[in-house]
Design a protein around this ligand. Structure first.
Ligand SMILES: NC(=O)C1=CN([C@@H]2O[C@H](COP(=O)(O)OP(=O)(O)OC[C@H]3O[C@@H](n4cnc5c(N)ncnc54)[C@H](OP(=O)(O)O)[C@@H]3O)[C@@H](O)[C@H]2O)C=CC1
Ligand SMILES: O=C1O[C@H](COP(=O)(O)O)[C@@H](O)[C@H](O)[C@H]1O
Length: 588
């Protein structure tokens, strides 16, 4: 069946076929071809996208009750971004496509640590188109060879594959080049454009710019890249890194600035948490399992916790961090995005706009964050086992009287029928006792529980808890009460555990891989739309201003500890206990 569909899709010029959860996005994005990779036996075709100009949506092509059969075939044709026929000296040029990816800020930390490794991983997996070129752009003077040396140390091959790793790295590096220039200079970008054009060789040239630079030069770079280096015959897209402003006003200003040079559908605002495997899985868990969705409301859920912790400080990024603080760095974006996916109503479809519409709706239903529902902290120096751990203010790029929070806990509420009265707690901190990110869903007590005498007085400890461990060591587990085998009647707490390392024999892709691939494919589902951003800032801006106006001093906590005790009082105010404080062995 899938093969039939692929032939049909090819006949109408589709460029991609999606096969259920085995996302089929590894093919080359040719308007006249379909490439299917990884179509597992149990795969289900859920959509076909085509890049044919002047088309319109057509669905569904065929239906079948068989799980292996093709369903919901949809041709999502992109009028706005469809390739325009290339001409050279008036005559028609190649209809082949090529993608040029420019990493703006290539000399920086993120480029080296995340972006180039993700691009290599995509190349290694065969996910990049046949014709592609990668350019690094920054002010630093570097040759192509020097860029290759800089990034080669951070390229790694999938540990579950490893074949021809060295050769693949060599091949990849040969396709990476460097151009030095000024971010605000159109001349620099014209020169870059000329070089890109040489590599593009007359093909339909799609161009992706990844702005991996400090936020104060986003607009300048967007202007010069857009005015001087946009594609003449294909699409041009720009990935923008966070932070998207410091508050509602600066975020709106940034959006206005970017929109002078780019259309909204060219802007890909990245929140890399949306690219994490378990965050993407949230919707699958909710909407494809009957056992969860009916429980997903105030009727059965007592509280929900979103917890982020790092066991290291701001090392090296204090200069950036001090201007933002943990609420802007983690809560307003990463944790809030996860919350939105967790709490939104079922979307009409898996289409990017339908999902983002629901996220905006739930964000707009939230109550403004009240300062009484927030606790802030900052780490102080600590000596443990003879090792001295620095205080936040020991960072040379941080003023020694800084009151920027490196920890925050908050209680948020959603004012809608589904979630009325349910506390959504967030906790985020640097320099804590462990690194991790998780979602904890604590369910209500069992009414009239026949076994309540077995639990002693602490009924909270006996309620079910669903834990989605985003990182590290990805897992989804449900804490249940169970009879200890034997002749007596003794209950204990056990986990129904989906431990990814035990269940799936493959490495989990880095979030940046998924997101860069989505940007190349024009899939906007995991990127932030401007109205989502506005809604997120509207929630946090009054609180941030209040904290700054009152100059609230953060509670100090020792480096490597569990954070300030105030977080426990905040939770206790809503009869909640943080779920991450209990010891939990990993079970396979
Ligand atoms: N690093 C990380 O882990 C994360 C970073 N981010 C965001 O990604 C973006 C890039 O981060 P990161 O790589 O750490 O940033 P860097 O501070 O390393 O900056 C990247 C490059 O931008 C150029 N640059 C730095 N400061 C200035 C300046 N004041 N004016 C002009 N150019 C400057 C430098 O290149 P040159 O001098 O050669 O031009 C530098 O190599 C930022 O927006 C950051 O907030 C988001 C999440 C995580
Ligand atoms: O965006 C950011 O994220 C990182 C944490 O990302 P992770 O994928 O390693 O969990 C954080 O360290 C940084 O401060 C923040 O800007």
């Amino acid at each position: 069946m899938a093969a039939t569909l692929v032939r049909q899709a090819a006949a109408v010029g589709a460029r991609e076929v999606r096969l259920g959860s085995t996302s089929v996005r590894r093919g080359e994005a040719l308007p006249s071809a379909v490439v299917v990779v990884g179509a597992g036996k149990r795969s289900r075709v859920v959509g076909v996208r085509a890049a044919v100009s002047g088309g319109k949506s057509v669905k569904p092509a065929q239906e079948s009750s068989n799980n292996e059969a093709i369903k919901n075939v949809e041709l999502a044709l992109r009028d706005d971004e469809s390739p325009k026929p290339a001409t050279i000296n008036g005559s028609a040029a190649s209809t082949e496509t090529t993608v040029s990816i420019t990493v703006v800020g290539a000399s920086g930390d993120l480029a080296k640590k995340k972006i180039f490794p993700a691009l290599f991983a995509l190349y290694y997996e065969g996910c990049l188109p046949k014709h592609f070129t990668i350019y690094g752009f920054a002010r630093s003077k570097m040759t192509n060879e020097q860029l290759r040396d800089l990034i080669s140390g951070t390229l790694t091959c999938r540990i579950d594959q490893r074949e021809n790793c060295g050769d693949k790295q060599e091949e990849f590096l040969k396709r990476c080049f460097y151009h030095s220039g000024q971010y605000s200079s159109e001349d620099s970008f014209s020169e870059l454009s000329r070089k890109l054009q040489e590599h593009e060789g007359g093909r339909i040239a799609n161009r992706l710019f990844y702005l991996s630079i400090p936020p104060d030069i986003f607009v300048d770079s967007a202007r010069s890249s857009s005015c001087a280096a946009s594609s003449k015959n294909g699409w041009t897209r720009v990935i923008v890194e966070k932070p998207f402003g410091r508050d509602s006003e600066s975020s709106a200003e940034l959006t206005t600035g970017l929109k002078k040079y780019l259309k909204e559908d060219q802007i890909y605002r990245i929140d890399h948490y949306l690219g994490k495997e378990l965050v993407e899985n949230l919707s699958v868990l909710r909407f494809s399992n009957l056992v969860f969705e009916p429980l997903w409301s105030r009727q059965y859920i007592r509280n929900v916790q979103f917890i982020f912790s790092e066991d290291f400080g701001t090392e090296g990024r204090g200069g950036y961090f001090d201007n933002y603080g943990i609420i802007r760095d983690i809560m307003q974006n990463h944790l809030l995005q996860i919350l939105a996916l967790f709490a939104m109503e079922p979307p009409v479809s898996l289409d990017a706009e339908d999902i983002r519409n629901e996220k905006v709706k739930v964000l707009r239903s939230m109550k403004k964050l009240d300062i009484e529902n927030v606790v802030i902290g900052q780490y102080k120096g600590h000596v443990r086992g003879g090792v001295k751990y620095p205080a936040y203010i020991d960072d040379k790029t941080v003023p020694n009287n800084s009151i920027t929070p490196t920890f925050a806990a908050a209680a948020l509420f959603i004012d809608n029928a589904r979630w009325d009265g349910v506390p959504f707690l967030m906790k985020a901190g640097k320099a804590l006792h462990k690194r991790g990110a998780e979602i904890r869903v604590q369910f209500r007590h069992v009414p009239g529980n026949l076994y309540k005498r077995s639990f002693g007085t602490d009924l909270d400890q006996a309620t079910n808890e669903l834990v989605i461990r985003v990182q590290p060591d990805e897992a989804i587990y449900l804490k249940i009460n169970n009879k200890v085998p034997g002749l007596g009647m003794r209950l204990d707490r056990s986990n129904l555990n989906l431990h990814y390392a035990a269940r799936y024999n493959r490495e989990i892709p880095d979030a940046y891989e998924r997101l860069i691939l989505d940007a190349i494919e024009g899939e906007r589902r995991l990127f932030i739309r401007s109205d989502e951003l506005d809604a997120a800032w509207a929630l946090f801006t009054p609180l941030l201003k209040e904290l700054e106006k009152r100059k609230v001093t953060p509670e100090l906590y020792p480096y490597g500890s569990r954070g300030p005790v105030g977080a426990h009082y905040l939770a206790a105010k809503y009869n909640v206990r943080w779920g991450d404080n209990s010891f939990e062995p990993v079970e396979n």
